[in-house]
Design a protein around this ligand. Sequence first.
Ligand code: NDP
Length: 685
Amino acid sequence: MNVMANRPRRLESYVCGRWVAGAKDGVPLLDAATGAPVAFIDSTGIDFKAVLAYGREKAGPALRRLSFHERAAMLKALGQALMERKEEFYALSTATGATRADSWIDIEGGIGTLLSYASKGRRELPNTRVLLDGEVETLSKDGSFSARHILSPLQGVAVHINAFNFPCWGMLEKIAPTLLAGVPTVVKPASQTAYLTELMVRRIVETGILPEGALQLVCGSVGDLLDHVEGQDAVTFTGSAATGRKLKTHRAIVDNSVRFTMEADSLNAAVLGLDAAPGTEEFDLFVREVAREMTAKAGQKCTAIRRVIAPRSCSEALIAGLRDRLGKTAIGNPADEAVRMGPLASLDQREEVRARIRDLSADAEIVAGDPDNPSVVSGDAMAGAFLNPVLLYCDRPAAARAVHDVEAFGPVSTVMPYDTAEEAVDLARRGKGSLVASVFTNDPGFAEEVVLGLAPFHGRVMIGNRASAKSSTGHGSPLPVLVHGGPGRAGGGEELGGMRGVKHYMQRTAVQGAPTLLSAVTGRWVPGAEVRLDGEHPFRKSLAELRIGDQLVTATRTVTLEDIEHFAHFTGDTFYAHMDEAAAKANPFFDGRVAHGYLIVSFAAGLFVDPAPGPVLANYGVDNLRFLTPVNPGDTLGVTLTCKEINPRANAEHGEVRWDCNVTNQHGATVAQYDVLTMVAKTKG
Ligand code: NDP
């Protein structure tokens, strides 16, 4: 299908394996800058119960059959395919009011999020279908009963209800962790900009990369869909607090304890440090950042700075700096390359923002920007949803309410003065929980006091100063590796956050039982589980032959004083505990000179390594190394090496093998315990 940006068309939903138009003609969606119709939207007639069932029954099993690495490879292929088609998305994005720079956040930011999850999935997750959480908990004295936590994908669907401001990123940032977890999705974009989401979903479906039903799209109302959600489903919502509250208390969500994540109105603050007076680099960075946050996406960003908290002594200079910068912002039709700020998403949205500015005016005075007479460099100021950036000043913010409660979802911020660091924290906290706050300071003491004061009330806190000025990703950028979401009025939910986001769509279960059965269930050998000693050195086995529990018990080696002195002089580590008998004795941990920990690890390798070329390709590190009992001259060491986990890499001739390495002395006491990590060939070459 050739989707043209300039021909209004009826949007379709992609449900139950096909594209369907609503039964009615649909509500017109207008170009934000010109007012011309772009599309018509309607979802009447869709059987939403069937949509959920299709996702659960058709796509759920198909996704769960894939390993994390296979799902990650799928996301990567999808990200690459979308990136190749990005210009088509940019062309249509202009109708939403977005400039090229705004669209970059939405389109390439969204695709980048997919790719970031693909890469994290491959690097940080095992090539399995189940995740382990934490270590083995031994629950009996004789080791015959243990427990470990596992995470497995929910068997329902994740319904993602999104806001109008990020039609691409909003969808992609949510489906990436969901699909990586192995859970199908139903995406419902906000109507106003749904045409861009619809276009992207068309391109996704055309690639055929996702299992059928893994991504369904509803353009228009979700009707009675929420009546049919069940305990294995999850619902996420981004939008207004009022709608969020309604959905959060929806009967089926409450009755079935459906996981509900909300990201709603957020009164994000930026704090200028007491040290950051006019003339400092931090002051200039702050002015730039506040102006950027106010004008990017015309202020329609969930993370935009709404409250500007600055030392009273700097307020005047700050307002002057911002007024100057904002006044130079070229507003107009985003199709014009000279334009730096486009219109709001719709005329209704502009009326909404103007009404909220009137609410804010109860506490604050407008010090820059006329909300009623937009000055545009291109486009029709009446037909398009243009609005000048509006800066307000609230002189007594501790006594005010509206400035901490009202989110004007547009290019609008309020400057509020403070005198002490404590006061700055108090003002920021009056937002009752936000997605993000930033602190601009070069004073470590101020940073510590303010960041620790803000942290319990925010999902993310960014510190800006001269050292990170060039590399900083800025106040407003949610990054796939970091938590996006906030406590309190920001919704009390979390999105993104790397693997934290993935785990949200999985169930954590404590599995208790005998170690051998726990090993079988989790795919990772557990101390006390059965082992296999078949006489063949496990380093001679390829991945095809190696089994979890394959074990090697080595010969022993006695550590001499000469060994310790040789190692000390050879490496240069002549720490007194190895070299000075009297000083070592005086140390509360040792009874005379001891072997170096790294000497023990080196001798252990000398005991367990099989030297000839073979399937073991490389040693790439150790995990969780602990030295548990001192080794004195005359002690005799031996090693028990057990194959703990086998992780074949997709699309490679090798995989990772994790070995449990237990080094003991002549009394059987563990002197060192760690995991050895190796790369092993899949077959003997
Ligand atoms: P809404 O809360 O009206 O809508 C958000 C999403 O919920 C849309 O997809 C909408 O669909 C859907 N929705 C609305 N009602 C229902 C319902 N009864 N059942 C199921 N889904 C529903 O927010 P908007 O997107 O219109 O934005 C309005 C305001 O929200 C903004 O002005 C801003 O203040 C705030 N907002 C805050 C954000 C934040 O993260 N801080 C992000 C975006 C918005 P439809 O569009 O079809 O009605």
